[in-house]
Design a protein around this ligand. Structure first.
Ligand code: ASP
Ligand code: MG
Length: 402
């Protein structure tokens, strides 16, 4: 049996935790399993690297950022291999180069394309525990790339798929996937199971448990995931194609505080304008989320949308650079907003879910700025100062509380 185990930053934050992880992996190894471990950088080390970089250059080149980022994961894997050796088990650490994990070229936001499994297999055959750096890859120029914040989950799932692992376990500092972030919603409940689609929406919308691309990849390759705590032995949450138990109308509520809203006012109301706007953003690799277009009046219209707060400056700059081509009156940006979403496969067959969410917010006297929906999701944009109250009210309204 081959297991892939991924541990996040908090799980390897200090010496004691590193030995805790080492011991958990050794337990599996001693059962005779092949063990591949994927690690994130220790604690908040990636954030520290960002501060260090910004102290030198507030807009550092993305290539150099990735070069810098990779040391975080490299530090964790080397220390982990040392810990396992100290405990009498032979282990080897490998980075993206040594494994050869090829990605697209987009620095800071690359996608995995191909993983060579040969080196890992050889090391496993020598009965070593193989410890691989999460989050990083190499592109066609042989430069380091990274997969976006939280990307180590995706490395783990991709490795599990490439190695045809029997299980892929994602260890974190919470017990699993909850109906809402327990830090914000004290009555949140742990889910036993959740579908890929629900999990994909929840992670994209800010549940903060799994990197959304890791869920995308798990669904594509049919890799069942277990999300569980590195600090205890509770069973965690299973993420898979279809979850049978607990078929609820709504499985979870997510809040994303990292979204900013941009409004382009007075755009020319003519065919192709939306294409031009979003094409120039796509060329800069800026992800756009909830989009709202107003009805045209006097030959103009407005388009508003949300972007990640890390991208707001580049978004506004890019639009300004293209002012000639796009022709608009002005741009407004709003950073004090939050995106609240409910997700549930049960919505497909039950009308009225969105209305119930709106009613709940109305009862709390919370104004909705923008709305977007899909088959299994309703998202609203609200004021950040309303967010805590809103998520608790909605969570309660759908009966998710413990
Ligand atoms: N260390 C990276 C980050 O903090 C990747 C990860 O933790 O998954 O985003
Ligand atoms: Mg993470």
């Amino acid at each position: 049996m081959l297991v892939v185990k991924k541990f996040g930053g908090t799980s390897v934050a200090d010496k004691e935790r590193i030995f805790n992880v080492a011991n958990r992996c050794i337990e599996d190894y001693k059962k005779g399993h092949d063990v591949v471990v994927v690690l994130s950088a220790m604690g908040k080390y990636t954030d520290e690297l960002i501060s260090m970089a910004q102290d030198i250059n507030p807009r550092p080149p993305k290539r150099e950022m990735d070069m810098l980022f990779t040391i975080g994961e490299q530090m964790s894997v080397a220390l982990m291999a040392m810990a396992m050796n100290q405990l009498g088990v032979s282990a080897v650490s490998l980075n993206a180069f040594q494994v050869t994990m090829r990605t697209t070229s987009a620095y800071g936001n690359a996608r995995l394309k191909r993983i060579d499994t040969e080196r890992i297999r050889t090391e496993l055959e020598c009965r070593k525990i193989v410890i691989v750096t999460g989050f990083q890859g190499i592109n066609k120029y042989d430069d380091y790339t990274t997969l976006g914040r939280g990307g180590s989950d995706t490395t783990a799932v991709a490795l599990a798929a490439a190695l045809r692992a029997d299980s892929c376990e994602i260890y974190t500092d919470v017990d699993g996937v909850y109906t809402a972030d327990p830090r914000l919603v004290p009555s949140a409940r742990k889910l036993k199971e959740i579908t890929y689609d629900e999990m994909l929406d929840l992670s994209t919308l800010g549940a903060g448990v799994l990197h959304n691309r890791s869920v995308e990849m798990a669904k594509k390759y049919g890799v069942p995931l277990v999300v569980r705590s590195s600090l205890n032995n509770r069973p965690g949450t299973l993420v898979k194609e279809d979850a049978k138990v607990e078929r609820m109308l709504v499985s979870g509520v997510a809040l994303d505080r990292n979204a900013d809203r941009v409004a382009i006012i007075g755009l020319k109301d003519e065919p192709g304008i939306a294409f031009k706007v979003f094409d120039c953003l796509a060329k800069k690799n800026i992800n756009v989320d909830v989009i709202l277009q107003s009805i045209g009046r006097d030959g103009t219209k407005d388009i508003s949308f949300t972007v990640d707060d890390g991208n707001i400056e580049e978004t506004v700059e890019t639009l300004e650079e293209n002012r000639g081509r796009l022709s608009f009156e002005r741009i407004e940006s709003e950073t004090r907003i939050a995106k609240l979403s409910i997700v549930g496969a049960g919505m497909i067959s039950h009308p009225g879910v969105a209305a119930k969410m709106f009613e709940t917010l109305y009862n709390e006297n919370i104004n909705i700025n923008m709305i977007s929906t899909s088959e299994i999701r309703v998202t609203v944009l609200i004021k950040d100062s309303d967010a805590d109250r809103a998520i608790n009210a909605v969570h309660d309204a759908f009966g998710l509380a413990e």
